[in-house]
Design a protein around this ligand. Structure first.
Ligand SMILES: Cc1cc2nc3c(=O)[nH]c(=O)nc-3n(C[C@H](O)[C@H](O)[C@H](O)COP(=O)(O)OP(=O)(O)OC[C@H]3O[C@@H](n4cnc5c(N)ncnc54)[C@H](O)[C@@H]3O)c2cc1C
Length: 534
């Protein structure tokens, strides 16, 4: 009988897993569960959480292939559809950033093609849309699934959790307080008032777009982007500890060129020696010094360590007016894109973040704390660079007198006073009529798992954070053993701090599908160090 496999969640992680499962030589019976009305879109790319103004920060050239490249799909779309999303059909290219909603439509179409392909090669595929899985229960020879619509009449051999992002519920939101930009903000009417947004990154820019597009419009005047307001009294304040804005996405060769110093062999040596942050930083510094000696000398790299380098990296930006910095950075990256110029130090940092992520679980607690406080932030700053168009929009809002940036420092006080939110920082007080917390996905622990039987089993096994092996199979949970794979991002983030992103989803999908293929001959595997309960 065919193995019965359930994939819970059909965002990018679920789709990439399916893509690789169907290469299985034996026929499988694959069930896809999706709580949304349509399978295959994923949280950031769905109409419930995104609008046409919200851009993806990944381009076709970076999206791992499913059935066909995103660019081919775009080129196959009717002109009117592309224009409706603000794209010029004559001007599509592999490095272009498009609205997230369009990317969601691509993923959905790719899923439908994959399902056809799977069926044509002998697999059975059941698609359960509008079906929220509410629990998983061990049942003799497999796993039973409960859904909000009732129990499923099949027992599964393997279950893959690909449930993705979890943000606070809409119920926690009020008309003036949004615990995340995805808690009803997209459909909410926000009056022209004093709007505060906690965070200055991609999600915060999304939140600002959700508000300002209700009170005006962006338009191009030659090379410039202008925002014309149709309401009086709107102000939007983005805030964070430092008030630093993200930089614009930069040109670099893709696929990535190999690193010269931080090679797999060098990292393997560090791993066997016990992965100390200072040794990792030594490799990091040598890689940058070789790639870009002038920049290394300018920042005084030879005198810096893992703790002082991040401060030096951000120092000039923190000291500068954020909009002046953004304008200059935009000019630089656009010039480099046009001339295909790679800034070597930026490219070196970009390629190193993935290499270093593998070592993070091996760090001592002290090194992990140092990493989280310092180097982690600069890696995120580097890879989470935003589309140039997002920076143009921020600059246009600034020119229109709507946008402010507020550096709070670490020691600030935030209070909700009735419908208002009051922030005290650096001896000053700011009052906001509407407040949006846009700080992004937080890592979650076992107690947050939405499947009670599995959650209780893990808690009884003293797993504060679910333990997974390097192939994402859940470990040490007796009745579920060898049956559950955990690809749900918020539970992986503790030890894979950079796990978000479509490329990470693709990697998870490849590994889980491969492991399921090999599970019959599974050897005892060494758990990752992070699996030790903290
Ligand atoms: C606002 C935002 C913007 C982003 N933009 C980008 C970007 O531009 N580029 C990039 O590379 N990365 C981006 N990311 C990172 C993001 O992590 C990935 O792109 C990707 O969406 C993760 O895919 P996923 O399948 O793991 O999770 P999700 O996309 O969250 O999909 C999970 C799916 O599971 C379903 N589901 C959840 N629970 C259940 C259940 N119990 N039963 C049934 N179905 C369930 C959900 O409905 C959803 O369809 C963004 C993240 C956010 C939050």
């Amino acid at each position: 009988m065919a193995q019965r496999i359930a994939i819970i969640g059909t965002g990018p992680t679920g789709i990439y897993t399916l893509r690789h499962l169907i290469d299985h030589p034996d026929p499988l019976s694959i069930w896809l569960f999706e709580r949304g009305e349509k399978a295959g879109i994923g949280m950031p790319y769905s109409p419930e959480t995104s609008s046409k103004a919200m851009l993806a920060n990944i381009a076709s050239i970076e999206i791992p292939p499913l059935v066909g490249p995103y660019l081919d799909w775009l080129e196959g779309q009717p002109d009117a559809r592309l224009r409706d999303y603000g794209l010029d059909p004559e001007d599509l290219d592999a490095r272009q950033f498009t609205p997230r909603l369009l990317l969601g439509e691509y993923f959905r179409d790719q899923l439908l093609e994959l399902i056809d392909r799977a069926r044509a090669t002998g697999h059975e595929v059941e698609v359960m849309e509008s079906t929220e899985v509410t629990d998983l229960q061990p049942d003799g020879s497999g796993i039973g699934i409960l859904t909000a619509n009732g129990p499923v009449d099949t027992i599964f051999d393997r279950v893959i959790l690909a449930t993705g992002h979890v943000f606070p519920d809409e119920e926690e939101a009020t008309r003036s307080w949004f615990p995340s930009p995805w808690s009803g903000l997209i459909d909410a009417e926000i009056p022209a008032c004093r709007v505060g947004i906690m965070g200055t990154s991609l999600s915060s820019i999304d939140a600002a777009m959700a508000v300002v597009n209700q009170h005006g419009r962006f338009w191009h005047k030659g090379e410039d982007l202008i925002f014309t307001s149709t309401s009086d009294g709107l102000s939007v304040t983005l805030m964070s500890w430092t008030g630093v804005l993200p930089e614009a996405d930069f040109y670099c060769p893709i696929p990535y060129e190999p690193l010269k110093v931080m090679t797999e062999a060098a990292l393997d040596t560090l791993k066997t020696e016990g992965a100390r942050l200072d040794d990792v930083f030594a490799l990091f510094a040598r890689e940058i010094a070789e790639a870009d000696p002038a920049w290394a000398a300018g920042i005084n790299l030879a005198k810096l360590d893992a703790d002082s380098f991040p401060d030096a990296y951000f120092a000039a930006r923190e000291a500068s007016d954020p909009f002046r910095w953004a304008r200059e950075n935009l000019r630089e990256v656009e010039g480099n894109k046009a001339a295909r110029i790679t800034i070597p130090w930026r490219y070196a940092i970009l390629r190193m973040h993935e290499q270093i992520e593998d070592l993070v679980p091996e760090f001592s607690e002290e090194d992990r704390a140092r990493f989280d406080k310092g180097l982690k932030n600069l890696f995120v700053d580097n890879y989470a660079a935003v589309p140039s168009e997002s920076i143009r929009r921020l600059l246009a809002l600034r020119e229109a007198g709507i946008l402010k940036i507020l550096p709070l420092g670490e020691d600030y006080d935030l209070r909700r006073e009735g419908p208002k939110t009051v922030i005290k920082a650096k001896g000053e007080t700011w009052t906001f009529d509407t407040f949006i917390d846009a700080r992004g996905q937080k890592p979650l622990s076992t107690k947050d798992l939405p499947f009670p039987t599995l959650r209780n089993a893990l808690l009884q096994a003293d797993q504060e954070i679910p333990q997974v092996d390097e192939d994402y199979a859940l470990l040490n949970c007796a009745d579920f053993a060898s049956r559950i794979w955990l690809g749900s991002i918020p539970w992986l983030m503790h030890d894979r701090p950079f796990v978000q992103g479509i490329t990470a989803c693709a990697e998870i999908g490849v590994v889980i599908a491969r492991d399921i293929r090999e599970v019959a001959v599974r050897k005892m595997k060494r758990p990752r160090r992070y699996c030790q309960a903290r």
